[in-house]
Design a protein around this ligand. Sequence first.
Ligand SMILES: NCc1[nH]cc(CCC(=O)O)c1CC(=O)O
Length: 333
Amino acid sequence: MRPTVAPFPTTRLRRTRRTAALRALTSETTLSVGDLIWPIFVRAGEGVEEPVPSMPGVMRRSVDLSVAAVKEAAALGIPAVCIFPYTDVSLKTELCEEAWNPDNLSNRLIRAIKAEVPEIAVMTDIALDPYNSNGHDGIVRDGVIVNDETVEALVKMALAQAEAGADILGPSDMMDGRIGAIRTALEENGHSDVTIMSYSAKYASAFYGPFRDAVGASGALTGDKKTYQMDPANTDEAVRLIERDLMEGADMVMVKPGMPYLDICRRVKTEFGVPTYAYQVSGEYAMLMAAVQNGWLDHDKVMMESLMAFKRAGCDGILTYFAPAAAKILNAR
Ligand SMILES: NCc1[nH]cc(CCC(=O)O)c1CC(=O)O
């Protein structure tokens, strides 16, 4: 349906833009604190907080300080945090065993948050890269990222996270068949209420650079991730991946990166009408912050506009490093 536009001057579209009140009445999209998921980086130690150089304002925190930061996020009304571990090189192996260690950093933080800030939802990342000596999301054999063996490892990782109390599991590895395998394992092991937000349409993107610094995977990575992450040229393939993951038991789906892929967000929301999320990734954050630090862009304005763009494109929520800063602004309104 196309709205009727009578010829000028019968129609003057500026009439409804004249005052703040009229603009509020005609505003089509809203952004609220409830739309935000805050990705956080956890590291070993106690009382440690260190900045991530390529992500101004973003910290890696030890478990105790992470819990304190999550408490503040909950007080701001942020509904969920997503945990990413910075793993010591000594714990990285070719078989990635640390990934399903019930006491690894990530699982310890899940337990600590669930004990001290039970009201906030804890999301995890399921992929082997933080624990892999070669930086890949899957197990590598003779230079090949092997699918089915990786899925078995991912299932163990997922169960350990569910056991620790995670509310939302986020498989970000892009292996085939992992959503179905994880869903079956959850059902069989008494975790039928755990939700899965699949990183379904995840592109092989250059925008993940700063994140790989943040989790200490940049040095380790050999080659690229193009045999499992998507070609930035594709959109029909994104639709197939989303449909496949929904059929296998995903409750929510994600498009990643965000801003360069808003066309995918819109298409997914329109075609499936399911809970759809975008990840405003590290490189998007770094890009905006670099311009802000140069005095070229206004921090608050560009942050809020970038987040609204996701809502306009049909997303139900956004994973964003800006979550606390955006929540403060939204709460002050
Ligand atoms: N598989 C791990 C993972 N989970 C989230 C991101 C990127 C997040 C960001 O850039 O902010 C990555 C990196 C990658 O796939 O290389």
